[in-house]
Design a protein around this ligand. Structure first.
Ligand SMILES: *[C@@H]1O[C@H](CO)[C@@H](O)[C@H](O)[C@H]1NC(C)=O
Ligand SMILES: *[C@@H]1O[C@H](CO)[C@@H](O)[C@H](O)[C@H]1NC(C)=O
Ligand SMILES: *[C@@H]1O[C@H](CO)[C@@H](O)[C@H](O)[C@H]1NC(C)=O
Ligand SMILES: *[C@@H]1O[C@H](CO)[C@@H](O)[C@H](O)[C@H]1NC(C)=O
Ligand SMILES: *[C@@H]1O[C@H](CO)[C@@H](O)[C@H](O)[C@H]1NC(C)=O
Ligand SMILES: *[C@@H]1O[C@H](CO)[C@@H](O)[C@H](O)[C@H]1NC(C)=O
Ligand SMILES: *[C@@H]1O[C@H](CO)[C@@H](O)[C@H](O)[C@H]1NC(C)=O
Ligand SMILES: *[C@@H]1O[C@H](CO)[C@@H](O)[C@H](O)[C@H]1NC(C)=O
Ligand SMILES: *[C@@H]1O[C@H](CO)[C@@H](O)[C@H](O)[C@H]1NC(C)=O
Ligand SMILES: *[C@@H]1O[C@H](CO)[C@@H](O)[C@H](O)[C@H]1NC(C)=O
Ligand SMILES: *[C@@H]1O[C@H](CO)[C@@H](O)[C@H](O)[C@H]1NC(C)=O
Ligand SMILES: *[C@@H]1O[C@H](CO)[C@@H](O)[C@H](O)[C@H]1NC(C)=O
Ligand SMILES: [Ca+2]
Length: 578
């Protein structure tokens, strides 16, 4: 405490500081949280590194508008007392004249716990000190799986909990105090704390809101939560192909997607190449109608997707859509069911592309073969079997029942670390937290229905005594969900380029938290194709978009039959799946 007082005195004129003056090792050291501030953590003051960058330009950032920023990157290391570890954190600090009493915590994606410079730069553009962590995994570029095993069979549980939720929490608490010290914030001056993350970063955001009350607001996209289900879902498409014995050429699946978009696009009242109502698509489109559709794709030198087949060259493909390919697509969209027909999980919406189902071409046999999803495979080999490899080499003997068992085993093992579906948000809510949650409706990596399920879980757990509309409305007082028409995984979708992406959700969040202006609709901007720059609005769940007046007038309507298509009884499990 004494040390804090000294600091306050020595930095009393920080508001008048320039960025150059702030960006020195000695000044940053003087602003470190005092010893004992965070019980169990010791900061190594000698590890402080400061780097000044001016006129850094942000452009084509998925989550922030274009801007030019100057910042000081202040990084340091700390250790957990009694444990011989080292965790690195870094904070991008805006110019004092641009600082707006804000802090932004950021997350990663895939198996990374940070997004490098991409999210912290956006944070500086909103006048926030913006933090990232390396989770204690070695350095800022090391992913979580690198040190997940201490040896085959031995889990590094410290690594699991750091990735699960602890590292971002520590980075947030330390970063808020660093910010107050750097800018000599007076008692009574509110420091607003925010979070931005998508995919794994979305899961990391929820890991904070489910446990802590440090955040005033969070903008989270397509969270990779319900981790066990989500990761095994990546293998489901491959197991469908393996079970049905048909490995469709990528072009054939693309033809099915294109035909789906063609039929379902107008169902929302606006023929613009965007399937804004994948629920109506589910109700009205018969995928069997695509059988016989001709397809023709040129040879390519490399394909997309995860797994061993990714990036391999593909030959020219032409033909007509087969009944077998349609059976594969239909079974994938129908979602995982065990061999008794009970549902284990749900899948991507129709009109999403089939990334997990991408096959690879065997040039020796001239046949298409399974290409096992890399992310899905690693969760079996490393996180379940505890073997030091990310490659699952075969699906021999793997059935739909095996997938359900794998989910069950991963779920039990990581329920309190990775699963991240705790549905009671009372701590976040009572601290006044607000969350904007969005998910591309055509996401092909994390099913959009996953976000709907969590929102519904929170609604029913937090407001058990209320009817649907009343509980939905109370939940929306602090938690709002938006499905983004046509969008893919954490961004715009080249297959439906006229769909906008909510690039200014952080601005809307700030307006909600700081000015009490709750976003009725999310603001979106088209970022691809001929209509680039066009502004759009996105309806708030459970309302659904419907265009009238020949596609000119967006209405947000309540449609029970549509809403029902998003709910699933996951009766392959006896435990509730939040
Ligand atoms: C940064 O941009 C400003 C305004 O364009 C310019 O005046 C300044 O010289 C630039 N600074 C550096 C270091 O390039
Ligand atoms: C911040 O600075 C540290 C120390 O120089 C460096 O390792 C890290 O990569 C920087 N982070 C970013 C996002 O610039
Ligand atoms: C796992 O394998 C990698 C190389 O693939 C190696 O660098 C690492 O040390 C191994 N880890 C363990 C715990 O065996
Ligand atoms: C700040 O507030 C705390 C708690 O209300 C109080 O104990 C402390 O003396 C205040 N410090 C200053 C510098 O006003
Ligand atoms: C699908 O549509 C896209 C345009 O959105 C086109 O580039 C592609 O060639 C089509 N693929 C097939 C197989 O029809
Ligand atoms: C599509 O065809 C398959 C195979 O003939 C059949 O089992 C399925 O019910 C059909 N689906 C629809 C929606 O008609
Ligand atoms: C298949 O192999 C032949 C002969 O080696 C080569 O010319 C062709 O480019 C290969 N095709 C693909 C799709 O890899
Ligand atoms: C499809 O491939 C066959 C030979 O494999 C060829 O005869 C035919 O012209 C091709 N069709 C198109 C539309 O490219
Ligand atoms: C650990 O497991 C991997 C993957 O199964 C294997 O390649 C490696 O040889 C094993 N290491 C030891 C020391 O057994
Ligand atoms: C809930 O509200 C919607 C309008 O938002 C309305 O159409 C629906 O009938 C209401 N449901 C109940 C059960 O009141
Ligand atoms: C909404 O997005 C448009 C661009 O589509 C942008 O000009 C406008 O500033 C945004 N509004 C808010 C509140 O951020
Ligand atoms: C829609 O467009 C058609 C043809 O352009 C026109 O006849 C019709 O009146 C329009 N309907 C509405 C609701 O604007
Ligand atoms: Ca449309």
């Amino acid at each position: 405490m004494r040390m804090l007082f000294c600091l306050t005195a020595s930095v009393a004129s920080a508001a008048a500081l320039t960025l150059d003056q702030l960006c020195t090792t000695s000044y940053a050291q003087s602003a470190l949280p005092a010893e004992g501030f965070y019980q169990g953590i010791t900061i190594d003051a000698s590890s402080v590194v400061t780097t000044l960058t001016t006129n850094y330009s942000i452009s084509s950032n998925t989550f922030f508008p274009d801007a030019t920023i100057s910042y000081c990157n202040i990084s340091f290391a700390y250790t957990h007392n009694g444990r011989d570890d080292l965790v690195h954190v870094a904070y991008w600090v805006p110019d004092p004249s641009q600082f707006q009493n804000r802090f932004l915590a950021t997350g990663g994606g895939g198996l990374a716990i940070n997004s490098g410079s991409s999210t912290v730069s956006g944070g500086v553009s909103i006048g926030a000190v913006s933090g990232l962590t390396d989770g204690g995994f070695g350095n800022f570029n090391t992913q979580e799986d690198a040190h997940f095993l201490l040896a085959n069979g031995t889990i590094n549980w410290e690594n699991v909990y750091m990735f699960g939720y602890q590292a971002i929490h520590e980075m947030t608490v330390l970063g808020k105090q660093l910010t107050k010290n750097l800018f000599s914030m007076q008692n009574g001056t509110k420091l607003y704390a925010y979070y931005q993350g998508c995919s794994e970063g979305g899961r990391e955001g929820w890991s904070q809101m489910q446990r802590f009350d440090e955040l005033d607001g969070a903008s989270v996209g397509a969270p990779a939560f319900r981790f066990a289900h989500q990761q095994i879902q990546h293998l489901y498409s491959n197991v469908v192909e393996h079970t049905l014995g048909y490995y469709p050429p990528p072009c054939e699946l693309q033809a099915i997607v294109n035909a789906t978009i063609k039929f379902c696009d107008p169902l929302d009242g606006k023929t613009d190449g965007v399937v804004a109502r994948s629920d109506l698509c589910k109700l009205q489109f018969n995928i069997n109608s695509t059988i016989g559709t001709p397809y023709n794709c040129a040879a390519s030198s490399g394909g997309g997707g995860f797994g061993p087949g990714a990036g391999a060259p593909t030959p020219a493909q032409n033909g007509t859509v087969s009944a077998q390919a349609v059976a594969v697509a239909q079974t994938i969209i129908g979602g995982l069911h065990d061999l008794q027909g009970r549902q284990g999980y749900f899948s991507y919406q129709p009109a999403a592309s089939f990334v997990d189902a991408q096959t690879k071409y065997n040039n020796a046999t001239g046949k298409w073969e399974v290409s096992i999803s890399g992310l899905g495979g690693e969760f079996v080999t490393r996180y379940l079997e505890l073997r030091n490899t990310s490659t699952l080499t075969s699906l021999e003997g793997v059935t739909y029942d095996t997938l359900v068992e794998w989910i069950y085993d991963l779920w039990q093992r990581y329920e309190d670390s990775f699963q991240t579906t705790w549905p009671d948000l009372k701590r976040f809510q009572s601290a006044g937290g607000k969350v904007i949650h969005y998910h591309g409706e055509s996401d092909d990596s994390i099913p959009a229905a996953s976000s709907v399920r969590y929102w519904e879980s929170v609604r029913s757990i937090m407001y058990p005594g209320l009817g649907y509309n009343e509980s939905a409305s109370q939940l929306q007082d602090f938690y709002r969900l938006y499905l983004v028409p046509g969008a893919g995984h954490c961004g715009a979708n080249s297959g439906q380029p006229n769909g906008g992406w909510p690039r200014t959700s952080m601005t809307q969040l700030i307006d909600w938290v700081e000015n009490g202006v709750a976003p009725e609709m999310l603001n979106a901007t088209v970022s691809l194709g001929a209509n680039k720059g066009q502004n759009q609005k996105i309806c708030m769940w459970p309302l659904r978009p419907l265009y009238g007046g020949n596609g000119t007038e967006l209405q947000c309507v309540y449609d029970q039959e549509s809403v029902d298509t998003w709910q699933y009884d996951l009766d392959a499990f006896k435990m509730p799946v939040y």
